[in-house]
Design a protein around this ligand. Structure first.
Ligand code: G3P
Ligand code: CA
Length: 300
Protein backbone atom coordinates (compact mmCIF):
# COMPACT_ATOMS: atom_id res chain seq x y z
CA UNK A 1 0.00 0.00 0.00
CA UNK A 2 1.18 3.51 -0.72
CA UNK A 3 2.28 4.78 2.59
CA UNK A 4 1.84 8.28 3.89
CA UNK A 5 5.41 9.42 3.44
CA UNK A 6 4.53 9.61 -0.25
CA UNK A 7 1.77 12.12 0.21
CA UNK A 8 1.63 15.62 1.58
CA UNK A 9 -1.37 15.36 3.85
CA UNK A 10 -2.63 12.79 6.37
CA UNK A 11 -4.76 9.88 5.29
CA UNK A 12 -8.40 10.22 6.27
CA UNK A 13 -9.12 6.81 7.80
CA UNK A 14 -12.79 6.06 8.48
CA UNK A 15 -12.71 4.20 11.79
CA UNK A 16 -14.85 1.06 11.49
CA UNK A 17 -16.23 2.89 8.47
CA UNK A 18 -17.93 6.24 8.95
CA UNK A 19 -19.38 4.96 12.20
CA UNK A 20 -20.91 8.26 13.24
CA UNK A 21 -23.18 8.02 10.19
CA UNK A 22 -23.85 4.29 9.86
CA UNK A 23 -23.56 1.10 11.93
CA UNK A 24 -19.88 0.38 12.55
CA UNK A 25 -17.98 -2.36 10.74
CA UNK A 26 -20.68 -2.84 8.08
CA UNK A 27 -20.55 -2.24 4.37
CA UNK A 28 -23.04 0.58 4.95
CA UNK A 29 -20.43 2.34 7.12
CA UNK A 30 -17.74 1.65 4.53
CA UNK A 31 -19.96 3.11 1.80
CA UNK A 32 -20.55 6.24 3.89
CA UNK A 33 -16.81 6.59 4.40
CA UNK A 34 -16.33 6.48 0.66
CA UNK A 35 -19.14 8.98 0.07
CA UNK A 36 -17.68 11.54 2.47
CA UNK A 37 -14.19 11.34 1.01
CA UNK A 38 -12.18 9.07 3.33
CA UNK A 39 -8.96 7.70 1.83
CA UNK A 40 -9.55 4.31 3.40
CA UNK A 41 -11.52 2.54 6.08
CA UNK A 42 -10.53 0.56 9.11
CA UNK A 43 -12.19 -2.68 10.23
CA UNK A 44 -11.75 -5.33 12.93
CA UNK A 45 -11.40 -9.03 12.24
CA UNK A 46 -12.28 -12.00 14.43
CA UNK A 47 -12.99 -15.67 13.81
CA UNK A 48 -16.32 -17.50 14.09
CA UNK A 49 -16.84 -20.92 15.70
CA UNK A 50 -16.51 -22.53 12.27
CA UNK A 51 -13.33 -20.67 11.39
CA UNK A 52 -14.73 -17.91 9.18
CA UNK A 53 -13.31 -14.39 9.25
CA UNK A 54 -15.92 -11.89 10.38
CA UNK A 55 -15.81 -8.09 10.67
CA UNK A 56 -16.74 -7.11 14.21
CA UNK A 57 -15.05 -5.14 16.97
CA UNK A 58 -16.23 -6.47 20.33
CA UNK A 59 -15.51 -9.98 21.54
CA UNK A 60 -19.27 -10.39 22.02
CA UNK A 61 -22.16 -9.82 19.64
CA UNK A 62 -24.21 -8.01 22.27
CA UNK A 63 -23.57 -4.31 21.62
CA UNK A 64 -23.90 -4.20 17.85
CA UNK A 65 -26.56 -6.78 17.01
CA UNK A 66 -29.90 -8.19 18.16
CA UNK A 67 -28.26 -11.41 19.36
CA UNK A 68 -29.98 -11.24 22.75
CA UNK A 69 -33.37 -11.49 21.06
CA UNK A 70 -32.41 -14.14 18.54
CA UNK A 71 -30.30 -16.33 20.81
CA UNK A 72 -31.44 -15.48 24.37
CA UNK A 73 -29.87 -18.59 25.90
CA UNK A 74 -26.38 -18.09 24.47
CA UNK A 75 -25.08 -15.50 26.97
CA UNK A 76 -22.41 -14.02 26.97
CA UNK A 77 -22.74 -14.18 23.17
CA UNK A 78 -19.06 -14.55 22.39
CA UNK A 79 -18.25 -14.13 18.71
CA UNK A 80 -16.13 -17.28 18.63
CA UNK A 81 -19.03 -19.39 19.94
CA UNK A 82 -21.26 -18.60 16.95
CA UNK A 83 -21.04 -20.02 13.44
CA UNK A 84 -21.12 -17.78 10.42
CA UNK A 85 -24.59 -19.08 9.54
CA UNK A 86 -25.81 -18.08 13.00
CA UNK A 87 -24.22 -14.64 12.76
CA UNK A 88 -25.90 -14.22 9.38
CA UNK A 89 -29.28 -14.41 11.15
CA UNK A 90 -28.50 -11.24 13.12
CA UNK A 91 -29.31 -7.58 12.49
CA UNK A 92 -26.22 -5.38 12.88
CA UNK A 93 -27.97 -2.16 11.89
CA UNK A 94 -31.04 -1.45 14.00
CA UNK A 95 -29.07 -0.77 17.20
CA UNK A 96 -27.53 2.25 15.45
CA UNK A 97 -30.93 3.75 14.74
CA UNK A 98 -32.16 3.00 18.25
CA UNK A 99 -29.08 4.32 20.06
CA UNK A 100 -27.77 7.05 17.76
CA UNK A 101 -24.30 6.49 19.28
CA UNK A 102 -22.78 9.73 18.01
CA UNK A 103 -25.90 11.92 18.01
CA UNK A 104 -25.87 12.34 14.26
CA UNK A 105 -29.44 11.11 13.77
CA UNK A 106 -30.71 13.66 16.29
CA UNK A 107 -28.59 16.29 14.56
CA UNK A 108 -30.40 15.54 11.30
CA UNK A 109 -27.24 14.46 9.50
CA UNK A 110 -28.41 10.90 8.78
CA UNK A 111 -31.22 10.82 6.24
CA UNK A 112 -34.45 8.84 6.79
CA UNK A 113 -33.62 6.81 3.67
CA UNK A 114 -30.24 5.86 5.11
CA UNK A 115 -31.85 4.89 8.41
CA UNK A 116 -34.36 2.68 6.65
CA UNK A 117 -31.55 0.99 4.74
CA UNK A 118 -29.66 0.16 7.96
CA UNK A 119 -32.38 -2.16 9.31
CA UNK A 120 -31.14 -5.73 9.16
CA UNK A 121 -27.68 -5.08 7.72
CA UNK A 122 -25.28 -7.99 8.26
CA UNK A 123 -21.76 -8.13 9.63
CA UNK A 124 -19.61 -8.66 6.53
CA UNK A 125 -17.10 -11.42 6.18
CA UNK A 126 -13.55 -10.30 5.49
CA UNK A 127 -14.00 -11.60 1.95
CA UNK A 128 -17.00 -9.31 1.44
CA UNK A 129 -15.22 -6.34 3.03
CA UNK A 130 -12.10 -6.77 0.92
CA UNK A 131 -14.13 -7.31 -2.23
CA UNK A 132 -16.07 -4.10 -1.54
CA UNK A 133 -12.79 -2.25 -1.04
CA UNK A 134 -11.31 -3.56 -4.28
CA UNK A 135 -14.46 -2.92 -6.27
CA UNK A 136 -14.35 0.73 -5.24
CA UNK A 137 -10.64 1.08 -5.88
CA UNK A 138 -10.20 1.90 -2.21
CA UNK A 139 -7.88 0.90 0.64
CA UNK A 140 -8.41 -0.69 4.01
CA UNK A 141 -6.70 -1.09 7.37
CA UNK A 142 -7.43 -4.60 8.59
CA UNK A 143 -7.00 -4.77 12.35
CA UNK A 144 -6.58 -8.37 13.44
CA UNK A 145 -8.03 -8.63 16.92
CA UNK A 146 -5.86 -10.31 19.51
CA UNK A 147 -7.18 -13.87 19.89
CA UNK A 148 -4.63 -14.96 22.48
CA UNK A 149 -6.10 -17.84 24.51
CA UNK A 150 -9.09 -17.98 22.17
CA UNK A 151 -9.89 -20.33 19.30
CA UNK A 152 -8.33 -19.15 16.06
CA UNK A 153 -5.22 -17.63 17.65
CA UNK A 154 -2.83 -19.80 15.63
CA UNK A 155 -4.76 -19.54 12.36
CA UNK A 156 -6.07 -16.02 12.05
CA UNK A 157 -2.96 -14.44 10.55
CA UNK A 158 -2.56 -17.10 7.88
CA UNK A 159 -6.26 -16.99 7.08
CA UNK A 160 -6.29 -13.21 6.69
CA UNK A 161 -3.17 -13.20 4.55
CA UNK A 162 -4.38 -16.07 2.37
CA UNK A 163 -7.47 -14.04 1.53
CA UNK A 164 -5.54 -10.83 0.91
CA UNK A 165 -3.24 -12.73 -1.44
CA UNK A 166 -6.05 -14.60 -3.19
CA UNK A 167 -7.86 -11.32 -3.89
CA UNK A 168 -4.56 -9.70 -4.99
CA UNK A 169 -5.03 -6.89 -2.51
CA UNK A 170 -1.50 -6.69 -1.14
CA UNK A 171 -1.19 -3.08 -2.34
CA UNK A 172 -4.52 -2.03 -0.85
CA UNK A 173 -4.20 -3.23 2.72
CA UNK A 174 -2.47 -2.07 5.85
CA UNK A 175 -2.55 -4.79 8.51
CA UNK A 176 -2.44 -3.77 12.17
CA UNK A 177 -2.76 -5.46 15.52
CA UNK A 178 -2.16 -5.00 19.21
CA UNK A 179 -0.70 -8.52 19.05
CA UNK A 180 2.79 -7.83 17.75
CA UNK A 181 3.52 -11.53 17.27
CA UNK A 182 0.89 -11.48 14.56
CA UNK A 183 2.74 -8.65 12.83
CA UNK A 184 6.01 -10.57 13.09
CA UNK A 185 4.33 -13.59 11.46
CA UNK A 186 3.12 -11.41 8.63
CA UNK A 187 6.51 -9.85 8.09
CA UNK A 188 8.15 -13.27 8.00
CA UNK A 189 5.89 -14.59 5.26
CA UNK A 190 4.99 -11.36 3.44
CA UNK A 191 7.93 -8.96 3.27
CA UNK A 192 6.03 -6.34 1.28
CA UNK A 193 2.75 -6.06 3.15
CA UNK A 194 2.33 -2.76 5.02
CA UNK A 195 1.89 -3.20 8.77
CA UNK A 196 0.94 -0.82 11.54
CA UNK A 197 1.79 -1.32 15.20
CA UNK A 198 -1.04 -0.62 17.62
CA UNK A 199 0.07 0.15 21.15
CA UNK A 200 -2.06 0.14 24.28
CA UNK A 201 0.36 2.43 26.11
CA UNK A 202 2.98 4.87 24.87
CA UNK A 203 6.11 3.07 23.73
CA UNK A 204 9.36 4.63 24.96
CA UNK A 205 11.17 4.00 21.67
CA UNK A 206 8.72 3.81 18.80
CA UNK A 207 11.44 3.92 16.13
CA UNK A 208 13.16 0.89 17.66
CA UNK A 209 9.80 -0.87 17.91
CA UNK A 210 9.00 -0.21 14.25
CA UNK A 211 12.46 -1.29 13.17
CA UNK A 212 12.24 -4.48 15.21
CA UNK A 213 8.99 -5.51 13.55
CA UNK A 214 9.92 -3.98 10.19
CA UNK A 215 6.57 -2.21 10.33
CA UNK A 216 5.57 0.84 8.33
CA UNK A 217 3.52 2.81 10.82
CA UNK A 218 2.99 3.54 14.51
CA UNK A 219 -0.67 3.69 15.64
CA UNK A 220 -0.82 5.51 18.99
CA UNK A 221 -3.93 6.72 20.79
CA UNK A 222 -4.39 10.46 20.70
CA UNK A 223 -3.65 10.61 24.43
CA UNK A 224 -0.23 9.01 23.80
CA UNK A 225 0.55 11.71 21.32
CA UNK A 226 4.22 12.21 20.85
CA UNK A 227 5.92 15.56 21.09
CA UNK A 228 5.96 17.18 17.68
CA UNK A 229 9.68 16.63 17.24
CA UNK A 230 9.21 12.89 17.79
CA UNK A 231 6.52 12.79 15.14
CA UNK A 232 8.95 14.59 12.83
CA UNK A 233 11.69 12.12 13.78
CA UNK A 234 9.52 9.09 13.00
CA UNK A 235 8.43 10.66 9.73
CA UNK A 236 12.03 11.51 8.82
CA UNK A 237 12.89 7.83 9.28
CA UNK A 238 10.20 6.97 6.76
CA UNK A 239 7.62 5.68 9.24
CA UNK A 240 3.96 6.59 9.32
CA UNK A 241 2.25 7.93 12.44
CA UNK A 242 -1.47 7.20 12.29
CA UNK A 243 -3.26 8.62 15.33
CA UNK A 244 -6.44 7.13 16.78
CA UNK A 245 -9.26 8.13 17.26
CA UNK A 246 -9.79 11.83 16.61
CA UNK A 247 -13.24 13.33 16.23
CA UNK A 248 -12.94 17.05 16.82
CA UNK A 249 -11.89 19.54 14.23
CA UNK A 250 -9.35 21.48 16.27
CA UNK A 251 -7.37 18.38 17.21
CA UNK A 252 -7.46 17.26 13.59
CA UNK A 253 -6.01 20.61 12.55
CA UNK A 254 -3.23 20.32 15.14
CA UNK A 255 -2.35 16.86 13.92
CA UNK A 256 -2.22 18.01 10.31
CA UNK A 257 0.16 20.76 11.39
CA UNK A 258 2.25 18.26 13.35
CA UNK A 259 2.74 16.22 10.19
CA UNK A 260 1.09 12.92 11.12
CA UNK A 261 0.56 10.51 8.25
CA UNK A 262 -2.97 9.43 9.07
CA UNK A 263 -5.90 10.11 11.37
CA UNK A 264 -8.46 7.50 12.41
CA UNK A 265 -11.79 9.18 12.87
CA UNK A 266 -15.42 8.29 13.43
CA UNK A 267 -16.20 11.54 11.58
CA UNK A 268 -14.40 11.29 8.22
CA UNK A 269 -16.87 13.89 6.93
CA UNK A 270 -15.29 16.41 9.32
CA UNK A 271 -11.73 15.40 8.49
CA UNK A 272 -12.47 15.78 4.79
CA UNK A 273 -13.39 19.42 5.36
CA UNK A 274 -10.35 19.99 7.60
CA UNK A 275 -8.06 18.60 4.93
CA UNK A 276 -9.78 20.68 2.27
CA UNK A 277 -9.15 23.81 4.33
CA UNK A 278 -5.53 23.01 5.08
CA UNK A 279 -4.15 22.86 8.59
CA UNK A 280 -4.86 26.46 9.41
CA UNK A 281 -8.11 26.64 7.47
CA UNK A 282 -11.39 28.15 8.52
CA UNK A 283 -14.25 26.05 9.74
CA UNK A 284 -16.84 25.18 7.14
CA UNK A 285 -20.27 25.73 8.56
CA UNK A 286 -22.38 22.63 9.02
CA UNK A 287 -19.56 20.11 9.15
CA UNK A 288 -18.56 20.26 12.80
CA UNK A 289 -20.66 18.03 15.03
CA UNK A 290 -22.40 19.71 17.93
CA UNK A 291 -20.19 19.58 21.02
CA UNK A 292 -17.10 17.45 21.24
CA UNK A 293 -17.94 14.06 19.82
CA UNK A 294 -16.97 11.19 22.05
CA UNK A 295 -16.93 7.48 21.28
CA UNK A 296 -19.90 5.68 22.79
CA UNK A 297 -19.49 3.64 25.97
CA UNK A 298 -19.81 -0.09 26.38
CA UNK A 299 -17.27 -1.48 23.92
CA UNK A 300 -15.72 -4.74 24.92
O1 G3P B 1 -6.93 0.63 14.62
C1 G3P B 1 -7.27 1.77 15.35
C2 G3P B 1 -8.32 1.46 16.36
O2 G3P B 1 -9.40 0.89 15.68
C3 G3P B 1 -7.88 0.55 17.45
O3 G3P B 1 -8.76 0.50 18.51
O4 G3P B 1 -10.53 -0.52 19.86
O5 G3P B 1 -11.14 0.97 18.01
O6 G3P B 1 -10.25 -1.29 17.55
P1 G3P B 1 -10.24 -0.10 18.47
CA1 CA C 1 -10.08 -1.27 15.27
Amino acid sequence: MDLPENQNRPLNIAHRGARSLAPENTLAAARKGLEVGADMWELDIQMTADGELIVIHDSTLKRTSNVREVFPSRKPWLVHEFTLDEIRLLDFGSWFTEQDPFGQIAAGVVTPADLTSYAGVPAPTLDQALSFTRKHNWRVNVEIKDLTRKPGDTQIVNRVMALVTELEMEDRVLISSFNHDYLAQIREAHPHIATGILVSKPHPQPVALLQRFRAQAYHPRLSFLLPRKEIAFLRSKGFGVNVRTVNDRKTMQKLVQAGVSGIFTDFPQVLTSVLACGAGGQEIEGTTPAGEPQPPQGEK
